[in-house]
Design a protein around this ligand. Structure first.
Ligand code: UDP
Length: 241
C-alpha cells in the first residue's frame, strides 16, 4: 500500500533531496515564521543537472524545503511508494505573494528582463494592491553591478525574495547569499514572464496528461537539448538509481 505522508519528510530521488509534505504552502509559511530559508522546486531536468553540477547539488542539499515540481519527480517518488501531488513552483510562489500581501511581508523580486520586471510590478500593483514591494531588480545586470545590488537587497530586509534567473543560477545565487539572508528565498524560473503575460503556461489538459514538457518544447524549441535530460532521468530511475 502507498504511504500518504502527513508531516514534511525528506527523501531522495537519484540521490537528490526532496521533501514530501501534505501542504507545501503551510510548510513554506512555517519556514518563514521559523526564520526563513531557501525553497527549491525540483523537476526531472533539475535533478539531472544537480548530478552533473556540484554547485547546484550543494545548493539543493542545503535548501530548507525542496518541493516536487514536475511529474517525473512525482512518478519517481511513487516508485518509492510515496504518493504525492505535484506542486508547481509557480503556484506556490503566487500563493506566497498573496500571503505576503495579507501578512504585510516585505517582498523583493530579482530577475527576468527589464521590460518584464516593469510589467510585472504594474500587474502586481493592480492584482495585489496591498503587496509591499521593497526591492526589485531585473536579471540582466552588468557583472560588476551585482555586489551593490545584493547589498541593497539585503538592506531592504525582505521577508520573501523571488528569484527568476533560470536554473542553476537562481539556486546557486541564492545559496551564495549564505547566512546574510533572512526570510524565504525561492527560485521561480520563468514565472515572472508568465505573470507579466509574456509567456503562457501549458493548458490544464496537457498538465493532466503529464505532457507540460511538450508545450514548453513547442514554445521554446531551443530547449530540446536540455530536455534530453528527461529520458535520461526516467532511465536512471527505472535502473533503480
Ligand atoms: N534570466 C535572467 N538573467 C539571465 C538569464 C535568464 O534574468 O541572465 C531570466 C529569464 O529572463 C527568465 C528566467 O530567467 O525570466 C528563466 O526562465 P526559464 O523559464 O528559462 O527558467 P528555467 O527553466 O531555467 O527554470
Amino acid at each position: 500500500m502507498a504511504t500518504i505522508a502527513t508531516q514534511p519528510q525528506r527523501t531522495r530521488v537519484l540521490g537528490v533531496p526532496v521533501h514530501v509534505c501534505p501542504d507545501v504552502l503551510a510548510a513554506a509559511i512555517d519556514l518563514q515564521r521559523g526564520g526563513g530559508g531557501q525553497i527549491v522546486t525540483l523537476n526531472a531536468e533539475m535533478t539531472m543537472a544537480a548530478l552533473a553540477d556540484p554547485a547546484l547539488g550543494a545548493a539543493i542539499e542545503a535548501a530548507s524545503l525542496v518541493i516536487p515540481d514536475g511529474s517525473g519527480v512525482v512518478w519517481a517518488l511513487g516508485r518509492q511508494r510515496l504518493r504525492v501531488r505535484r506542486s508547481p513552483g509557480i503556484e506556490l510562489a503566487w500563493s506566497l505573494l498573496e500571503t505576503a500581501a495579507q501578512q504585510g511581508w516585505r517582498v523583493a523580486l530579482v530577475g527576468a528582463s527589464a521590460p518584464v520586471m516593469d510589467q510585472l510590478a504594474a500587474r502586481l500593483k493592480a492584482r495585489l494592491p496591498a503587496l509591499q514591494l521593497v526591492f526589485r531588480a531585473h536579471g540582466y545586470q552588468r557583472p560588476d553591478a551585482w555586489p551593490e545590488l545584493e547589498r541593497q537587497l539585503l538592506a531592504s530586509r525582505p521577508d520573501l525574495v523571488l528569484v527568476a534567473l533560470g536554473v542553476p543560477r537562481q539556486e546557486t545565487w541564492i545559496a551564495a547569499q549564505g547566512n546574510r539572508r533572512r526570510g524565504l528565498w525561492m527560485g521561480v524560473g520563468g514565472s515572472f514572464d508568465v505573470w507579466a503575460g509574456v509567456k503562457q503556461r501549458a493548458p490544464g489538459w496537457m498538465s493532466s496528461l503529464q505532457i507540460e514538457w511538450l508545450y514548453r518544447l513547442l514554445q521554446e524549441p531551443q530547449r530540446w537539448r536540455r530536455m534530453l535530460a528527461l529520458p535520461a532521468f526516467a532511465w536512471a530511475v527505472l535502473k533503480g538509481g
